[in-house]
Design a protein around this ligand. Structure first.
Ligand code: NAP
Length: 307
């Protein structure tokens, strides 16, 4: 019987794990793939206090070391497929294994959304990518495009410009959503051109992406843009498919919590990008994880004293 099962091994889950382990709660963290989640796809983090500049891999590596040193049990490539929540003893199911527990912290984060274009899936790994840090190396001296206007798109464009000969940012509006400091670096990078008020309509190629049809949304005019790579950075959606109709969520599937990270079910907490929040940053995810851990500890103490 675990005190806490943490589902997800990004910054929120690892932070929750460090706090739970230090509180001497019997805790296991289950992660469906490698630790780190979306952070490991970030080349350079400059806004996590205490680190002037650090890569996502290095930051997660440090968090993992700290968590293991605190005594946290971590299981990677352990994908959770079901929660059984009736009664005081809950169960988390992953593969053939069942983890009985008193509380659960959901910290599964989110994954990048696709454009939903015809043939998009077939071009994955053949020109279409959702991770600039993973795939930029394949596009040395090639022409690439990034779709989106948020922090991810502009960070990706800046990163890709170190490899590609030309980077087009295709954005559907005439203003970027990205943080001003990221915008400034893109605006003064002569490899990056921003195609304002454009959307991607079609992706074309034999075996590998060769070109795209982009549309000027103001004039309705379509043009062909020759590129070898397309990086999709139009936002993300939460990993909550298996939790539908269990917890209160918003229409996009983000889990609603109160200021103690309590979900609509007592004893189940959510932290980080998976929850409905006004800001999705590593700093906020780490804070959420700490709060969720302390709330889980209090819940265990309170329910034990009732029994
Ligand atoms: P985001 O902020 O939601 O931005 C998504 C962008 O894609 C927006 O510019 C949006 O256009 C565009 N878009 C959405 N749907 C589209 C569609 N169907 N077709 C074309 N364009 C579409 O997502 P994000 O950039 O992934 O960032 C997610 C969160 O992580 C944010 O809170 C962000 O601040 C944070 N983040 C922070 C950092 C950092 O601090 N360094 C780095 C990465 C991410 P509109 O602008 O027109 O809506």
């Amino acid at each position: 019987m675990y005190d806490v099962v943490i589902v997800g091994g990004g910054p929120a889950g690892l932070s929750a794990g460090i706090y739970c382990a230090r509180a001497r709660l019997k805790t296991v963290l289950l992660e469906g793939a490698n630790l780190g989640g979306q952070v490991t796809t970030t080349d350079k983090i400059e806004n996590y206090p205490g680190f002037i500049e650090i890569s996502g891999m290095e930051l997660i590596g440090n968090m993992e070391k700290q968590a293991r040193r605190s005594g946290l049990e971590i299981k990677t490539f352990t994908k959770v497929h079901k929660l059984t929540l009736e009664g005081p003893n809950r169960k988390v199911c992953a593969g053939d294994d069942i983890y009985p527990c008193k509380t659960i912290i959901l910290a599964g984060g989110q994954k990048r959304s696709g454009l939903n274009l015809a043939g998009e899936d077939g071009f994955i790994g053949k020109g279409v990518s959702y991770c600039a840090v993973c795939d930029a190396n394949f596009f040395k001296e090639k022409r690439v495009a990034v779709v989106g206007g948020g922090d991810t798109a502009i960070e990706d464009a800046n990163y890709l410009s170190k490899f590609a000969s030309k980077v087009f940012v295709i954005h559907r509006r005439s203003e970027l959503r990205a943080t001003k400091i990221l915008q400034e670096s893109a605006f003064c990078n002569n490899k990056i051109s921003i195609l304002w008020n454009h959307t991607v309509e079609e992706i074309i190629g034999n075996n590998h992406l060769e070109s795209m049809i982009i549309k000027d949304v103001k004039t309705g005019e379509n043009t062909k843009l020759e590129v070898d790579g397309l990086f999709v950075a139009i936002g993300s959606h939460p990993h909550t498919d298996i939790f539908k109709n269990i917890f209160a969520m918003d229409e996009q599937g983000y889990i609603k919590v109160d200021d103690k990270m309590r979900t609509s079910i007592p004893g189940i907490f959510a932290a980080g990008d998976i929850r409905l929040t006004p800001l999705r940053q590593i700093a906020t995810a780490v804070g959420d994880g700490a709060i969720a851990a302390i709330s889980a500890e209090r819940y265990i103490n309170e329910t034990a004293s009732i029994c």
